[in-house]
Design a protein around this ligand. Structure first.
Ligand code: SAM
Length: 286
């Protein structure tokens, strides 16, 4: 009898997500993290970094459409866009759907992730050869401190706030992002799960809230992410996401729509309360 192989991500110390594995396509260690690509029965090929699910063929469209099209359609005319993290290329693919975007900069700390995605996740990395794209292999926290008044939209598509990504959730980083944004500029950062990362979500939202004139939280359902309910925090120097100023809507999107855009900002009471009430344990101080 053939032995079954399963991969389990421990999403909390007491809860895991298990997927039946057809084949291990890659497993290696770079200077920054362990990279694995598994082919799973339920979700197809998936990218795992340091044991945490980053993206799967089955549901990547949800996360990548929601982290990209909400800010790109809130801004009236995005021309220059910065992605921090995002080495799998999914966010870049969505940005490149906009003909009016002239320049995309991807700042990814680990070239190994880009190479793995190019080789094993071509559906996700398909726009990494777009002529508008520049890939810079650097710590995003250092990079933003070298920019001033440079980008219309900045998207932080980072791993969980541990190890190399820890600094991408702190006040100094968001202050750097604020400076790197042009007038009217918009930041979106993935800010984890309202169920399992309540303290971090609140702390991150409040850090962005303290820096930007307007800040908002929005939600989407990503089945393979911890709890399946995922949050994004938007800070804007200009347009409100509740009145999107952009008039271009890319064709053939599968999760994002103008109605989903608007409804994603309607928060259930437990999340609304989370943004402004104290939660314990105290969030880690970055
Ligand atoms: N969508 C995923 C999520 O929400 O967890 C993130 C996917 S993307 C692969 C995350 C990327 O962030 C990784 O490739 C990782 O190398 C990169 N990253 C982590 N810390 C970074 C830093 N300080 N600067 C630049 N990139 C970083």
């Amino acid at each position: 009898m053939e032995m079954e192989l399963w991969y389990t991500e421990n999403q909390t110390p007491a809860l895991g997500l298990s997927l039946k594995v057809k084949e291990t396509l890659l497993r290696c260690r770079t200077d920054f993290q362990e990279i694995a690509i598994l082919d799973t029965v339920q979700c197809g090929r998936m990218l795992i970094l340091d044991g945490m699910v980053q993206t799967t063929i089955a549901d990547e469209f949800i996360y990548h459409e929601m982290i990209a099209h909400v800010p790109l359609r809130t801004h009236p005319a995005p021309r220059s866009v910065l992605v921090i993290g995002g080495g799998d290329g999914g966010v870049v693919r969505e940005i490149c759907r906009y003909p009016q975007v002239e320049q995309v900069t991807l700042v990814e700390i680990d070239a190994g992730v880009v190479e793995a995605s190019r080789r094993y996740l071509p559906e996700i990395s398909s726009a990494l050869d777009d002529t508008r794209l520049e890939i810079i292999y650097q710590d995003g926290r250092e990079y933003v401190c070298s920019c001033n008044d440079a980008f219309d939209v900045i998207i932080v598509d980072s791993t969980e706030p541990v190890a190399i990504a820890e600094g991408l959730f702190g006040t100094p980083f968001y202050q750097g992002v604020f400076q790197a944004l042009k007038g009217g500029g918009i930041l979106v950062a993935q800010t984890e799960s309202p169920f399992y990362n309540a303290a971090l979500l609140q702390a991150t939202f409040q850090r962005i809230h303290a820096i930007f004139p307007q800040s908002f939280l929005y939600l989407a359902s990503v089945p393979t992410y911890p709890s399946g309910l995922w949050s994004f925090t938007l800070g804007t120097k200009g347009s409100s996401p509740l009145e999107p100023a952009g008039d271009y809507l890319p064709p053939e999107l599968r999760y994002y729509s103008p109605h989903i855009h608007r409804s994603s900002f309607t928060l259930p009471p437990f999340v609304q309360e989370l943004l402004y009430q104290n939660v314990s344990p105290e969030p880690p101080a970055f």
